[in-house]
Design a binder for this molecule. Structure first.
Ligand code: LLP
Length: 447
């Protein structure tokens, strides 16, 4: 036996890394198994690129967040940020798990409605809602409209008055906190297009209090996404609770609800694990309670809005490898049949992923590749300088942690057809979104 083979046997992967969907295994042939289904068979049956969601993983994350925050602060609401991945099948699970739903457009609201989601549990966000969207929110009687600015406050007031409805609202504020994450996914800074500054909100509060059509319940902020540190969450909480105390003192306004957004980080890479939800919950709730005591305010009902942390790990993307290109001494490319049209995150944020071969999970990963997509851009790469076994055309590449912000940001670049999405559970698979067809591409093209 060669020493390399010996090494391979010693080092073979027996379990999937912790960022694969819960319950994923490797079978005797070295195939990845998700939700009891062989990933290689799924690729054959449904074609690639293919997004595979494990229902159990998504439900487990919903439970975990409800438990970790709810047990420490009863009444805390968990609201799924649908922009991470929205589809009627997912919406139904969100409803079954008793979570609320954050939507950010009329389109997302209509998807929720089409799945029969209770409108009273919907939070309607957006920094530039159209009149039509405000009309829709009022017509559907969404649970909360998160007002972003003074212009919107006035427009919603008028729409609600026109229909004789009193809408429950929150103000989105910018607490002016740097979340120490990628600049493109930071939102709570002073320089941000989202929300009221504290000074603007301070003026808008008495305005809303006098409105017969708006019921201002409190405030919302969302400081950013994929935030590894806990401190930014605590800083935002402190600033906001001081503002809450100030609104009580200056205007006699009692904040009954505080929606502290999402942003909890997930693990994409070996050795780069964020704090578990329990740690975020422990620190945030502890700080919340002590700040409410210090400021002598009645603790408002808390809402959290995780998106990525609920759905990212639930899905993997499967691709088929095609061209392998070696540029001696420089780089070896392994090209897949998808790329930036279905996952723009590496190109847009420099996001890093750790792919594997779904048909050879136990083979030693000893060769460095850059995984490139099939689109007409040099920046179309999915993973740079990562190790895989010596790949060959036809191997099935699996990208874990693809449940959040891949498909919702997908495009038809180069007339790509958006991939099919399937849900797996207990050895069974079902399609929850079919692959786009040429007819879909031509449907909007009126020639
Ligand atoms: N609430 C609000 C108001 C938000 O704007 C967002 C995300 C969330 C909750 C959920 O954040 P999460 O828990 O998923 O971090 N496309 C980027 C992420 C953009 C996040 C936008 N807002 C990415 O791929 O990293």
């Amino acid at each position: 036996m060669t020493s390399r083979r010996l090494l391979a046997i010693m080092d073979v992967m027996k379990e999937t890394p912790p960022f694969f969907p819960v319950g994923s295994t490797i079978d005797a042939r070295g195939h990845l198994v998700i939700g009891g289904c062989d990933a290689v068979d799924l690729a054959k049956e449904y074609g690639t690129p293919l997004y595979v969601f494990a229902e159990d993983d998504f439900r487990a994350r919903c439970h975990e967040f409800k438990r970790e925050f709810g047990d420490r602060c009863s009444g805390t609401r968990v609201v799924y940020a649908g922009k991470a991945f929205l589809n009627r099948a997912i919406v139904k699970i969100v409803a079954e798990e008793g979570l609320g739903l954050d939507v950010v457009s009329g389109g997302e609201l209509e998807i929720a409605g089409a799945a029969g989601f209770p409108m009273s549990d919907v939070y309607f966000h957006g920094n530039n809602k159209s009149d039509a969207e405000l009309e829709l929110a009022v017509e559907r009687r969404v649970g909360r409209v998160v007002i972003d600015n003074t212009d919107e406050l006035e427009r919603l007031d008028t729409v609600a008055a026109g229909r004789g409805v009193r809408m429950r609202v929150l103000f989105r504020i910018r607490p002016g906190i740097d979340p120490h994450t990628h600049a493109k996914i930071s939102t709570g800074n002073v320089d941000s297009k989202f929300g009221f500054s504290l000074a603007e909100a301070g003026t808008a509060v008495p305005q809303a209090m006098t409105s017969k059509n708006l019921d201002l319940a409190g405030f919302h902020y969302h400081i950013g996404s994929q935030i590894f540190g806990i401190q930014p969450f605590l800083d935002a909480l402190k600033t906001t609770l001081e503002f809450v105390a100030d609104m009580k003192k200056s205007h006699g306004f009692s904040t009954t609800e505080l929606d502290i957004g999402g942003g909890y980080a997930v693990q994409y890479l070996t050795g780069k694990a964020p704090p578990p939800p329990a740690d975020y919950a422990e620190a945030i709730i502890d700080h919340f309670n002590s700040e409410c005591r210090r400021l002598d305010i009645m603790p408002p009902v808390l809402t959290i809005e995780p998106g990525r942390a609920l759905v990212a790990r639930a899905a993997v993307a499967l691709y088929t490898l095609g061209a392998i290109k070696n540029i001696p001494g420089i780089r070896q490319y392994a090209c897949v049949d998808g790329g930036m049209a279905d996952n723009i995150r590496p190109a847009l944020y420099g996001a890093e992923y750790e792919p594997f071969l779904a048909n050879r999970m136990s083979d030693l990963a000893n060769t460095v590749y850059t995984v490139a997509g099939r689109f007409c851009e040099s920046g179309d790469t999915l993973a740079t300088d990562i190790k895989l076994p010596d790949v060959k055309s036809g191997d099935i590449l699996v990208m874990p942690v693809c449940g959040a912000y891949c498909l919702p940001m997908a495009s038809n670049y180069n007339a790509a057809l958006r991939p099919a999405v399937i849900m797996v559970k207990d050895g069974r698979s079902r399609m929850i979104r079919r692959r786009e067809t040429l007819e879909d591409l031509l449907r909007c093209d009126i020639g």
